[in-house]
Design a protein around this ligand. Structure first.
Ligand SMILES: *Cc1c(COP(=O)(O)O)cnc(C)c1O
Length: 241
């Protein structure tokens, strides 16, 4: 049984996205909504799939890997949006269509390199994995993302690397800042980046609370969790469950 609340929230967010796109004079088709299902059960992913969602975001490797295995062959595109450990990078790459959180050279090294060795679908197909470079708009390195000062050299490393296709930039609006200003900065950084990476025209930004501002500043990939899923349950430790 599909939860009527879920149907309503999904429709509400879809309307909100359409409105924001219209206000910005942008075609809504150029905006991909990634529904972030971290901490949510796979049953919720299935319900959303039935409602037409194909792009799902996850932020923890073990949980994402288990869901991807459960739903293998469904045609779902998995977007990895969380902080990524180097030693897990090849495994994440194996089930992910898009990795939104590339933020350091060691991760580029771990993710890149010759395809065919990661042991998963993408690698078996010899396909590049799409990625975003995540930029940190705060002074706190724990937030994830490369500093603005180190952005250009990291972009160059991604461009040089085999096996990775650079889509553009990803960012999270800092708490307490005006989101639209933060997104305008990301958009400006994206324009600068295109001087060295002309095809990297996508921007992954905008979450439940600030997606309209992100659309106004050119977001192409929204990462929306709770506005669609409802509140997240407390994290489950998958090792013991
Ligand atoms: C959890 C998460 C989201 C979704 O956040 P909501 O506020 O639930 O929409 C988006 N991006 C990242 C990187 C996340 O970790």
């Amino acid at each position: 049984m599909t939860d009527p609340g879920l149907v309503e929230r999904l429709a509400g967010v879809r309307d909100g996205i359409a409105d924001a796109a219209r206000s910005a004079g942008r075609p809504v088709e150029e905006i991909t909504t990634v529904v972030v299902t971290k901490f949510q059960p796979v049953s919720l992913v299935r319900e959303l799939f039935e409602l037409g969602v194909r792009d799902f975001g996850e932020s923890r490797h073990q949980e994402a890997q288990a869901k991807a295995a459960d739903l293998a062959g469904s045609g779902i595109r998995w977007h990895f949006v969380g902080q990524l450990q180097g030693k897990k990078a090849r495994q994440v790459r194996a089930y992910s269509s898009v990795i939104h959180s590339v933020d350091r050279e060691s991760l580029v090294t771990a993710l890149g390199g010759p395809v065919g060795t990661a042991g998963g679908t993408n690698a078996d197909d010899g396909v590049n994995v799409d990625c975003f470079v995540q930029v940190n708009l705060t002074d706190d390195p724990a937030r994830g993302g490369v500093s603005i000062a180190n952005l250009a050299p990291l972009v160059e490393r991604v461009l040089e690397s085999d096996g990775l296709t650079l889509l553009g930039l990803m960012a999270v609006a800092p708490l307490g800042a005006e989101p639209r200003r933060s997104f305008a900065l990301v958009s400006e950084l994206g324009a600068q980046m295109r001087q060295i990476a002309p095809d990297a025209r996508y921007l992954s930004m905008g979450m439940s609370q600030d997606y309209a501002a992100a659309i106004a500043e050119g977001a192409t990939h929204l990462r929306i969790g709770t506005a669609i899923t409802g509140n997240r349950p407390a994290p489950v430790n998958l090792k013991t469950s």
